[in-house]
Design a protein around this ligand. Sequence first.
Ligand SMILES: Nc1ncnc2c1ncn2[C@@H]1O[C@H](COP(=O)(O)OP(=O)(O)OP(=O)(O)O)[C@@H](O)[C@H]1O
Length: 242
Amino acid sequence: MNNEATLQQLKELKLRGMAAAYAGQLELPVDRQLEAHELMAHLTQSEALNRKSERAATYLRMAGLRLPAQPESVICSQERNLSKQQLATLLEGTYIRQAQPVLISGPAGAGKSHLACALGYQACSQGYKTLYMNMNKLIEKITMAKLEGTYLNLLAKMERIPLIILDDFGLQVMPTEVKLALLQIMEDRYERKSIIVASQMPVGSYHDYLNDPAVADAFLDRLTANAHRIELKGDSLRGKKL
Ligand SMILES: Nc1ncnc2c1ncn2[C@@H]1O[C@H](COP(=O)(O)OP(=O)(O)OP(=O)(O)O)[C@@H](O)[C@H]1O
């Protein structure tokens, strides 16, 4: 088989990383091309890298993050009450592997969604399927799923996702069935999967907001155990040139 046919076959086999690396080798003068063993290692590594980046791109598309926030754009300062160390710890992704919740609070425009989306971006890059939803969307999804008889499917689908981001928690009136669904979601994730909750409301006010002591106790018990807490401060970043 000649080189061009080999290249073609790699593409047909969808070994895109290998094909690109092999094409790169073929462009080099013969005396600079890698020998068999090195070439094999180079092609295999290129394929692995390419699969990782394609998977990250797919996860990112599926995640539905509201903002295209990159981890390096997150502002860490004393004024915003977020340290580089806190951010670096979260970016390592241990909280996902250890199924720990992350609770982000702060006033309007403080950058909660931005931070949550940057963590979502990082999670996708690290190979974790992620799902971003604001609470309005979740309430809608739960209500529709109940009407359509697909509620258990929705719960099962959510249970499989390593990281769920719930944004804008606490802005809406929550019907009892949504409170119970939230409790179920927390129960499914407790010590198994991670969740990020972003809210203008301090965590201390969640109990009153839920306005159902039994559900609130059970929900908060699961949500706050081993949770990372970030309380952003400072003026709104909305409309600011950063
Ligand atoms: N570090 C940042 N770098 C660039 N833009 C940022 C940063 N943080 C926030 N922003 C921008 O500031 C605006 C407000 O941020 P964001 O939506 O994250 O705030 P929020 O705290 O979630 O606000 P709200 O509670 O009103 O939803 C957005 O347009 C966001 O893109």
